[in-house]
Design a protein around this ligand. Sequence first.
Ligand code: SAH
Ligand code: SF4
Ligand code: F3S
Length: 517
Amino acid sequence: MAQEPKDYSKYFDFSGAKLISEDEQGKRIRLGGREIHLMSEPNTRREKQRGKEQVQVLYDAAIPEELRSLGANRHYMITTYGCQMNEHDTEVMKGMFEQMGYTATEDRREADVILLNTCAIRENAEDKVFGELGHLKTLKTERPELLLGVCGCMSQEESVVGRILQKHAHVDLIFGTHNIHRLPHLLQDALMNKEMVVEVWSKEGDIIENLPKKREGMRAWVNIMYGCDKFCTYCIVPYTRGKERSRRPADVIAEVRELARQGYKEITLLGQNVNAYGKDFEDLDYRFGDLMRDMTAIDIPRVRFTTSHPRDFDDHLIEVLAGQGNLVEHIHLPVQSGSTEILKRMSRKYTRDSYLELVGKIKRAIPNAVLTTDIIVGFPGETEAQFEETMTLVREVGFESAFTFIYSPREGTPAAGMTDDVPTEVKKARLQRLNALMTELARESNDRLQGAVVELLVEGESKNNPDILSGRTRTNKLVHFAGPKSLIGSFVHVKVTEPMTWYIKAELVGSESAAVL
Ligand code: SAH
Ligand code: SF4
Ligand code: F3S
């Protein structure tokens, strides 16, 4: 597995550090009264020079026998921040913990290992993690044997690793997004040697198949690709997740077949840009549209995907999605901005017009399609007129919901160096205006369903009232209705009685939907 040469000195101020030893495994240093094993060099700067070499797929990921009792009588807890990628990585890590004999806990006082699986997408995501590290310091002081780890996207940022090393010396383990399969070895190292272990690979590794996964519920995430090569100028993900690597179609298909066999009702195919699936295959002409077509042949009731970048959304994919069946009519298509000029500076590689053209094509092919999106307001230098273009585009497309964000500068990304003369107050006001519009559109779209009969996958009791069940439509709308708990996990038909803004009230008209599927 290719790794960068190890030399931390140019990134961190280790003036107070003492070098103990140095070998192929990295460096052992003493810093602030603690021994630290720096196993490789975090480096986001060189990320853009992507390697041309083929990614290897490794199938033998079994946890060695001698590590399978590491967790006997021990509890683990993972706190997850960020997107579905991270949620799914957490499922993989849970799977590994349990193969090592660990038991899950939600009580941090009971935990022997606490991992924070972090997100770097915006500053407030990072602030949350540093806040939590502060809280955990007290716990760690009370129970020094508690093992505290930081993983996920923040670990891939050298400035974050530096800050943890210097200011949060109570952390025992730091590893990144490319080496989560190394968790058992890293845990062992941290436990046995009682030193802080840092292993972050700056270069993505191979694709590791057959890692254990601990999934919950009736819906499952399935990774189809890793990384992102789009380099939108505001975004940290290409640096924290590495280059685009697609899993082999046969591996994805086998995993989905197995999930269907186990009785899962819904899967979501995951990638930062699923439309780029297969572009990296040198020996195969097989893209996302082909994969979705092959999904229709599998006996799983609902197939979703996230996220699609508008640029690679091709006609073949639209044609396959139009066939529907188990492919749901919900498309999350992040637009980010309605201004061609801003899109250009974001390096999104499409224009307002080409986005609207794509939406037109999708709507013609799939008339009942529900479109949702992501939007950033207050990108550096965004003018009032450019923001208004976002507002008019949102109305024109008629998005039914949106994740909306204020732009957050990310160190090392091109946008962080752009001049920004838009005051924070103006950005906040724009976000409020956009959110008010989204509320209006969400309500209108729910109102259109008044009286309609829709299919739901019943997920469980509603949060505030155990007598009410909640479920999701194919278009991912949340619906509440009264019914027996025995319906949880099955498909039902309900009639919409009272549409609200963020959910819908309905009544049961029929259950178990073998006939519907
Ligand atoms: N791969 C997905 C996006 C993943 S990040 C895509 O391209 O669609 C999820 C969302 O976070 C993005 O769509 C964007 O709207 C938002 N985002 C990313 N970087 C951001 C930043 N620096 N500031 C604010 N929002 C950001
Ligand atoms: Fe970030 Fe753009 Fe990649 Fe999405 S496509 S993860 S926004 S760089
Ligand atoms: Fe956050 Fe990493 Fe996802 S930065 S949004 S957890 S890919």
